[in-house]
Design a protein around this ligand. Sequence first.
Ligand code: PLP
Length: 419
Amino acid sequence: MNLDTYEMYESNVRSYCRKFPTVFNTAKNAFLIDEQGKKYIDFLSGAGSLNYGHNNDAIKDRVIEYLQRDGIIHGLDMFSTAKGEFIEYLEEKILKPRGLEYKILFPGPTGTNSVEVALKLARKIKKRTNIFALMGGFHGMTLGSLSLCTERAARDAAGVPLGNVTHIPAPGMFENFDTIHYMETLLTNDHSGVDKPAALIVEAVQGEGGVNVIPSEWLKAARDFCDRHDILLILDEIQMGCARTGRFFSFERAGIVPDIVVLAKSIGGGIGMPFALTLLKPELDVFSPGEHNGTFRGFQLAMVAGKAGLEFALENNIEDETERKGAMVEAFLKETVPTLSRKLDYRGIGLIWGINFDKYPSGTAKLASRACFERGLIIELAGTDDCVLKIMPPLTIEDETLMQGLEIVKEGIASLNLD
Ligand code: PLP
């Protein structure tokens, strides 16, 4: 295997390829195959972009069909058949059945674009600059989104001060700490020194933050807090949306309605097409024409794949299937983790789980990830000091492959001979 081309010419900023140093060539559902023909089980899923599996035939065929009939590919934000069909399907089959009334804004095709839109919109509407964001949150790498993030290395790379955000301890970060009361005090105590925010942005499950499942009660209390103080509630569903947690939106379990929802990754059909959406309550639709813009807001192939992906999810009961497979993972972890070490713990929901190595020296989870890779499994790290091994397979993974992957996790950790 020759990695010279990459090492000579590709920027030093590359990261995933350092952890999984092989040259991938093809992929199907939950498998990646490298140039040597070695098969790897995928517990990374393109960081949440591949919920419906690599090269899912039902979705891929629709894209091929569209290409073959010379369907328009680049459409700026002009009207198009693909866009119209996508909008109608999303509204009728996903939003309305959940009692959600949103207008759809198409930002540029990445998660961070959608977050930037939500921030601009909230600040414009509320005429306030500050935003509340949770510690451990991840929202993207452009300056506005980055200012919401708390990971030090990512922030240090900004090159300018990152401001206009107040970071709030995430629920569970400190024992017996009432984060809602804390936010309340910041607003009501005239000596807090903190400006009232335009919005509070939350991931219902912090993914990059280490699989921190925010309790439903907390999400409800946050909704109530925002209502009482005239603050917009933004839910970042970029990684945890599209059924990852067992319901289409990860906030659904709390029965709340956010003011703005940001979506990307698997909304592009769950096969890896770049696409993003910002959903907003109709009364928040205050941008004047062209006030937010971008050349690649009209990537029609992602709209075709996006609609096919939603159809696939509904026709294949993806929500219930995710819950069923999630229960398999939970049962496995419950039985296995205590046999590997009494210092490990685990947490998760749906098909997103984390094994926590925080009681071991820095780098231990990384060794576990490497041991898994050597055994044919792609598995990423998350959380403070990368101490969480993150289990995030495609939702379409076959039961047998899921169990094989979990066995590799077990063997990989066991190979470290943890005390
Ligand atoms: N928000 C969340 C919750 C994410 O997980 C990510 C990416 O991992 C982003 C935003 C940024 O998305 P993108 O990398 O497409 O800009």
